[in-house]
Design a protein around this ligand. Structure first.
Ligand SMILES: CC(C)(COP(=O)(O)OP(=O)(O)OC[C@H]1O[C@@H](n2cnc3c(N)ncnc32)[C@H](O)[C@@H]1OP(=O)(O)O)[C@@H](O)C(=O)NCCC(=O)NCCS
Length: 325
């Protein structure tokens, strides 16, 4: 069997590999359309370089490797995504692509390869163990099924949150944050990795400023992704923030992303308050929405407790493997 590798020239060549593997690993989330996949590659997260490679077995594209190289922080790290078509596994394509990633990471003077593997099928974990990577962080994927949300319970939780949140005001927005609070959004965003558990990952807090926040939202929009935000203001300052985002091609599904409360303002139920407010916000603007998924570190008991109270239920998990090269 003839194995070869090279740079990805046409994103469409990687799409089939992405689609088949995504349907297998997360069968309850429709994969991106080809158009969205191409838009995602053209508009990556800001603050990083990206490289993409394919592996061919007997002339057929069977493996896809993407390497994300942060440029503003985490200069020792590389985020890697590695997938091989299920029917072409155990023929060495995965190992060859990983070797390529390791070679690139060394050339660039970096030290850690970090790669996610979904728990639904054992291949990722068995491969990672075979190549001597270490499980560094486990995140649980939980889902809120909007068809079964207990509205009365949400109303009780909201009233209770307000009782603890006297003196704070709510603010809602979509896409890029208003100018008056965008620096506060950047501050809270930058705190995420300092505050949320990152397990054994060699990941350092990201450097986030208003320009990065703005560019991130503009690129998300170009990828066909809409974002819905709720925050709590103390005076004019944003001290709590949460974000939900969903793709235009899949109006029934969205992701609950970051939720962060400034440490000085914890203990006022602001996390619960902004999450509940944003749920109502997104349901109004995205009426076809049926399910919201979220990822949380398995050890992030505080966030998981809020999510369980809202009705999120654990579905599966993803392990981030780390290889020091
Ligand atoms: C992980 C993945 C890329 C491996 O691709 P692959 O082409 O099968 O990898 P290789 O053929 O090079 O396998 C290398 C070694 O990993 C181990 N391995 C891989 N899959 C395995 C399995 N299902 N059972 C046991 N060992 C396995 C073996 O030791 C194998 O060597 P061997 O076949 O000589 O015994 C592929 O399974 C995949 O796409 N999984 C889903 C995505 C994912 O989880 N990626 C992240 C990995 S950290």
């Amino acid at each position: 069997m003839n194995l070869s590798m090279g740079r990805l020239d046409d994103p469409a060549d990687a799409y089939e590999i992405y689609r088949v593997c995504a349907e297998r690993d997360t069968p309850d989330i429709p994969p991106l359309s080809l158009e969205s996949f191409v838009a995602r590659l053209a508009n990556p997260f800001p603050g990083a370089d990206n490289e993409h490679y394919l592996a061919w077995l007997d002339g057929r594209a069977v493996g896809y490797l993407s390497i994300e190289l942060p440029l503003l922080d985490n200069l020792d790290n590389a985020n890697v995504d590695l997938t091989v078509l299920p029917s072409w596994r155990r023929r060495g394509a995965g190992r060859a692509l990983l070797d390529l990633a390791v070679r690139r990471v060394r050339e660039l003077g970096r030290k850690h390869v970090i790669a996610p593997a979904m728990s639904r099928h054992p291949d990722g974990a068995l491969f990672a163990t075979a190549v001597d990577a270490k499980p560094a962080l486990e995140e649980v994927r939980s889902r809120l099924d909007l068809g079964t949300v207990d509205q009365a319970r949400h109303a009780v939780l909201l009233a209770d949150a307000w009782e603890h949140a006297a003196g704070y005001r709510l603010i809602l927005w979509t896409g890029v944050a208003p100018d008056e609070i965008i620096d506060d959004v950047a501050y809270l965003d930058g705190r995420l990795n300092a505050d949320a558990p990152t397990g054994e990952l060699a990941w350092e807090p990201e450097k986030v400023d208003a320009a990065k926040v703005r560019e991130g939202e503009l690129r998300a929009a170009r990828r066909g992704r809409s974002s819905y935000h709720a925050g709590a203001l103390h005076g004019d300052r944003l001290v709590a923030w949460t974000r939900i985002a969903g793709d235009a091609t899949d109006p029934a599904h969205a992701w609950q992303n970051i939720t962060l409360v400034d440490p000085e303002h914890r203990g006022h139920r602001l996390g619960m308050l902004v999450k509940l407010a944003n749920l109502a916000h997104v349901r109004e603007l995205r009426p076809g929405l049926e399910a919201i998924d979220t990822l949380n570190a398995a050890t992030n008991e505080h966030m998981l407790r809020i999510n369980r109270a809202l009705g999120f239920r654990a579905l599966d998990s993803v392990t981030f493997w780390q290889l020091t090269v």
